[in-house]
Design a protein around this ligand. Structure first.
Ligand code: FE2
Ligand code: FE2
Length: 221
């Protein structure tokens, strides 16, 4: 074994990993970044930045939590329908998003919104009630919610890019990946007849108004 080649490097999680060789590390094209002492969120430089980050992470976690509850509500109604597997597929991705934000909140000691019990019920009721309108109703709900979440993630991406894209590389990566998933969910909804539910535009606008309100309060409470 070539000891010299086994220098200590960081793996993707930022944890020092002696098994990551110089060569393998280089091949991951991460050599340009120095060893980070954190996995996703850099330590805030001042109170203002800390407050900003905590708000961002709190609302993202709340959004993913709410999305999970919406898909749970949809599945309570439509799990045995032909659309069940498609909804389950999107829900499975939401579960991964939520798990990631659970980790990030814990790592950075960010308290979740106090409104989780409310989003628990509201999300489920929204998902189930729109699913009662049929597959198209569920898909209309998905389009409305996913569009709001994608726009929300895009505004966070813009904000972080303006502050310091280099320091926020890892967080930007997570948010961009989730934003792409949400866009896929949005497109799936459109491809599966969301727009054909009666009162589509009204339903979409009412749901999006609710999303805006949810985002506003979840950052603060
Ligand atoms: Fe999500
Ligand atoms: Fe989604």
């Amino acid at each position: 074994m070539q000891r010299a080649a086994r220098a200590v490097f960081c793996d993707f999680s930022g944890v020092v990993n002696p098994l990551v060789t110089h060569q393998s590390f280089k091949s991951r094209a991460l050599l340009q970044h120095s060893c980070r002492a954190y996995s996703v969120v850099p330590p805030p430089q001042n109170e203002e930045e800390k407050e900003l980050l905590h708000r961002m992470l709190r609302v993202d976690h709340a959004g993913e939590y709410g999305a999970n509850r919406i898909y749970a509500g949809q599945m309570a109604v439509l799990s045995r329908s032909r659309t069940g597997p498609l909804i389950q597929q999107m829900w499975d991705q939401e579960k991964k998003h939520l798990a990631r934000f659970n980790e990030i909140l814990a790592e950075n000691r960010v308290r979740p919104t106090a409104l989780l019990p409310f989003w628990n019920i509201a999300g489920f009721v929204l998902g189930a009630s729109t699913a009662l309108l049929g597959k198209e109703g569920a898909m209309a709900c998905t389009v409305a919610v996913e569009e709001s979440i994608s726009e929300h993630y895009n505004s966070q991406i813009r904000a972080l890019m303006e502050i310091d894209p280099e320091r926020y590389t890892e967080l930007l990566q997570v948010i961009k990946e989730f934003r792409d998933d949400e866009m896929d969910h949005h497109d799936t909804g459109l491809e599966h007849d969301a727009e054909s539910v009666p009162g589509y535009w009204l339903l979409k606008n009412v749901i999006q108004l609710g999303c805006k309100a949810a985002i506003y309060v979840s950052q603060r409470v």
